[in-house]
Design a protein around this ligand. Structure first.
Ligand code: NAD
Length: 543
């Protein structure tokens, strides 16, 4: 029996929301959040408050999702701690003005630069499956970029939400950062407010509501959504390795992971071997059964449990491993199902649970075609096979990210930009992308007064003057392509680059040719000499 007492979850009254938002907006306009020192202090205080509440967070993860200690630390608590340290180490460097590339010489005197401005007041709406990481992660980015923030954790993990509120209130400046609690009514009230950016993680269904609300005031947003992610396994793949890696991706957080594969398309010649390896891997991961494992999470609530159960009830596939369910304990065993119909419920709906449909296919082309039919732009794609085959999968599909020879490895690198494409999401975050996501890149120039006479050509009157000619001399570019769309190459450039289009490649080719020539001469009995200064090669051939 645990002794850790957790704070109570309670909804924020929707009536308070306009005042909260106006308070953080007023603070934003006071410029309080702009200095680097302020941002760094907030992040550092947040770090230590998370450390102080680590046990409460672990307990909350256990009560809300049955998360074991390894997952709670690695994917939630330590994850956000690392995020803070990475941000604080890099923030001042990222905040500096940037010198843009490719500015024409004639504009250098105006000192073109990109200033990193905060966007303003940010709303972060979290999802339930990684309640801490997916809520505090974007908040860390928004603080780093100098914004004020209102965060709304998922009400479906009430214990995590309540502990996060305590942490935010203890660590952060209350005029800048506020945690609002609640479900649909409270989120709807938040969406009625004016924001400078909304960062939403959750389902495509809710994302449409968020995007519609944002459209009313032309508010920008980032949407981090789900996907019916395919895994493709060819004959040339290592079946044991593919099975273990894909099982890991479907049993972490009991498959409640937006980037885990939704289904596996496997070459029919090796389908039974992959299924056998999946069965073996299940026994290895959970020697006493998943139900008795402290490392295996539970489904978040009975609605989600029933939804996953219904998907399994509706499949025309055949359960080949697992299948046990316990509604009272919200337990679903890792379940492998052999499927034959690409329209099967297990393929076309996002399971967001530990279901592992395996569908045999005739060849790689068919696998790519089915993957694209199920979801044109999923969040992730996972390819197992030879280099040539996995390259073909990458070239034949689109997705937010992809891992080759693994389940969602790319999504476990905390500093690699993470986001969807098309209907799996808009915008990316993590690492530097988190700073950029909440920063406005403000292009700035300063025109020196002494340039006035040089700029006179831009002022009317123009008729009867040669101002356009002068202007074109400075600004008009010449095309380096012909009317057929081919690049024009001057003879001099061709000679310099030996037709490679690059001076360094050309120089390399010259070196190779000279080397080959010297070697040949020596083989034919020649000698290679240098002059007295050691500067020149002289090739002397014996007659
Ligand atoms: P959800 O859309 O049900 O809820 C997300 C948030 O939206 C919650 O805070 C909730 O309170 C709020 N919300 C729900 N319905 C609303 C409504 N009608 N109006 C206003 N607000 C509303 O999503 P979820 O169940 O928490 O998460 C599961 C989904 O999220 C899956 O589809 C999964 O793929 C996706 N997801 C994506 C990522 C990612 O980073 N791309 C991460 C985790 C989860």
């Amino acid at each position: 029996m645990t002794t850790i007492k957790l704070p109570e979850f309670s909804n924020t009254s929707a009536d308070r929301i306009p005042d909260i938002v106006s308070r953080v907006r007023k603070t934003f306009h006071s410029q309080k959040t702009r200095p680097a020192e302020f941002r760094l202090k907030q992040l550092r205080k947040l770090y230590w408050t998370i450390v102080d509440h680590e046990k409460e967070l672990m307990e909350a993860c256990q009560r809300d999702l049955g998360k074991g200690f390894f997952e709670a630390l690695a994917t939630e608590i330590n994850w956000v701690q690392n995020d803070i340290i990475f941000m604080t180490k890099n923030l001042e460097k990222w905040m500096k003005d940037e010198k843009p590339a490719d500015i024409p010489l004639s504009n250098w005197f105006m000192s073109p630069r990109i200033r990193k401005d905060p966007l303003g007041v940010i709303l972060v709406i979290g999802a339930f499956n990684f309640p801490i990481q997916l809520t505090l992660g974007p908040v860390i980015g928004a603080i780093s970029a100098g914004n004020t923030v209102v965060l709304k954790p998922s009400e479906n993990c009430p214990n995590c939400a309540a502990v996060m509120q305590r942490i935010v209130e203890e660590a952060l400046d209350p005029d800048c950062f506020v945690c609002v609690q609640g479900g649909i009514p409270e989120t709807s009230a938040l969406l009625e407010q004016k924001w400078d950016k909304i960062f939403f993680t959750g389902s495509a269904r809710t994302a449409k509501i968020v995007a519609q609300a944002a459209a009313k005031s032309l508010t920008p947003y980032a949407l981090e959504l789900g996907g019916k992610n395919p895994a493709i396994v060819t004959k040339k793949a290592d079946m044991r390795l593919a099975a273990r890696r894909l099982l890991w991706a479907k049993t972490l957080n009991a498959g409640q992971v937006c980037i885990s594969q939704n289904f596996i398309l496997v070459d029919k010649d090796v389908a039974s071997s992959l299924i056998e390896e999946l069965k073996t891997a299940i026994k290895e991961f959970f020697p006493n059964g998943a139900k008795n494992s402290e490392d295996y999470s539970r489904i978040v609530n009975i609605q989600a449990f029933n939804r996953i159960k219904k998907m399994l009830d509706n499949t025309s596939g055949r359960i080949v491993a697992g299948g046990t369910m316990d509604a009272e304990n919200l337990f679903i065993e890792p379940t492998v199902i052999e499927v034959t119909d690409p329209k099967d419920s297990l393929l076309v709906e996002e399971s967001f649970g530990p279901l592992i449909p395996v569908m045999p296919v005739d060849n790689l082309d068919q696998a790519i075609s089915i993957a694209n039919e199920v979801h044109e732009t999923p969040l992730g794609v996972y390819a197992f096979g030879s280099k040539e085959e996995t390259d073909k999968v990458l070239a034949g599909t689109r997705s937010g990210g992809a891992s080759v020879n693994d389940g969602f490895f790319h999504g476990t690198i905390p500093t690699l930009a993470f986001g969807g494409v098309g209907d799996s999401g808009t915008g990316a975050y993590r690492g530097k992308a988190s700073f950029d996501c909440f920063t406005h890149q403000r292009s700035i120039t300063t025109t020196p007064s002494w340039m006035e006479s040089m700029l006179a050509m831009r002022y009317p009157p123009f008729a009867g003057t040669d101002k356009l000619k002068q202007y074109n001399k400075m600004a008009l570019l010449k095309p380096d392509f012909d009317r057929q769309g081919n690049k024009k190459v001057s003879l001099l450039w061709w000679l310099l680059t030996l037709g490679t289009g690059s001076a360094s490649k050309g120089a390399f080719r010259v070196a190779v040719l000279v080397g080959a020539f010297v070697a040949l001469r020596m083989l034919m009995g020649g000698r290679v000499l240098r002059n007295s200064n050691g500067e020149w090669l002289i090739i002397q051939v014996k007659s």
